[in-house]
Design a binder for this molecule. Structure first.
Ligand SMILES: [Zn+2]
Ligand SMILES: [Zn+2]
Ligand SMILES: [Zn+2]
Length: 136
């Protein structure tokens, strides 16, 4: 999938920064923090990057990834996410060694049986361990 195609599918105007930021996500297998994206696109200003990420999140192109480093990270959404409606129900894996966080799309978050009166809005599961690059 090309960045331009994905932008068009989501009815977003193609701008240089949108195309560049999306390309970074498309070529990455791990969740990315603002700082990492800034490092890769050194001419992009912080406000533009912030707005671009917000637009992508609103459109269901990327989702926030929670991990224990307290950095906001984002990753590409897989099928099912649309405008203001994310369907990401997979777990995230945080590596103890390299600190990378990745989406494990093959494993869904568990269905929770909560006491009466509690309503689930979202479930975030972070699994910590050693990723495939660090485990051997
Ligand atoms: Zn999503
Ligand atoms: Zn690792
Ligand atoms: Zn994810």
């Amino acid at each position: 999938m090309e960045a331009k195609t994905l932008l068009a599918q989501n009815k977003l105007r193609v701008t240089q920064s949108r195309e560049e930021v999306l390309s970074v996500f498309l070529s990455s297998t791990i969740a990315l923090s603002n700082q990492v994206i800034e490092q890769q696109l050194d001419h992009i200003d912080r406000i533009t990057l912030y707005r671009t990420l917000k637009t992508f999140e609103d459109k269901g192109i990327i989702h926030k990834v929670i991990d224990t480093t307290n950095k906001h990270k984002y990753a590409l959404c897989v099928d099912g996410c649309t405008d203001h409606n994310h369907e990401d129900s997979h777990i995230h894996f945080e590596c103890i060694t390299c600190k990378n966080t990745s989406c494990i799309n093959e494993v869904s978050t568990p269905e929770l049986n909560l006491p009466p009166g509690y309503q689930v809005n979202s479930v975030d599961v972070i699994v910590k361990g050693f990723c495939s690059n660090c485990s051997n």
